[in-house]
Design a protein around this ligand. Sequence first.
Ligand code: 8IG
Length: 281
Amino acid sequence: MSTSPAAAGEPFAIAEQAAEALVTRLGARPEVALVLGSGWRPAADALGEADAECPVAELPGFVAPTVPGHQGAVRSVRVDGRQVLVLLGRSHFYESRSPAQVVHAVRTAVIAGAGVVVLTNAAGAVNPVLRPGEVVLVRDHLNLTGASPLSGGEPPPPYRSPFVDLTDLYASALRRTARTVDPSLAEGVYAALPGPHYETPAEIAMLRAAGADLVGMSTALEAIAARHLGALVLGLSLVTNLAAGVSPGPLDHAEVLAAGAAAVPRLGRLLAALLPLLSPG
Ligand code: 8IG
């Protein structure tokens, strides 16, 4: 990839175009953006009826997801007075997307007005105390994708330096708010790997030693891009399997989908109660 200033600025320019198209198309400026990962998609319907919905094919720079359980559409929903932009699917690194493509939806949402970004995912449990079906607040991450959404040079004005501080990446204030809704929510460190294969038991043992509680293939790049734009980030992981070596048997994508399906009513209730309480600062 070229590192000329023009190339570095291009993802931001396309996100600006997409943000304008999104606000026009949905007729509302988002306050909170919600990215629905594997297993979380059906919970969107618990948020109430959408005011408007738009296929991502109609928005600049978006590519429709290729993974089952991910949908290429965005919707605008008012949840208890809070304007929420729901992204009904996401792009992953393992779909041969560039880091800029992976974070495009989140960049678009923040530029359109969202001051809070909620990133949901399905994850494997590296920490054996975690149980399939459990929701865990992401406290921090290990970005092991080998990539950054901010590589490629200085973003153009008015965007900040790419040397962004990530000390409170997953905002402690938002985690506190989430625990007021459900005090039983655990917190954990999410290791983001490129995938799409699952890990070997040796890799999971390494991740555990490195401080990971959860492992998955998303979220980290989007969190970095959202924070770079000044948004507060909340990460929610649905544990759908015990990771390799923690699990007594082999892993299976069908197992992931089944655990997600069983948890849907609880996920919907959690999101509906939580979204109206999230404030950008
Ligand atoms: I769901 O065990 C889910 N996503 N890398 N490893 C990785 N991603 C996952 C896993 C897992 N489970």
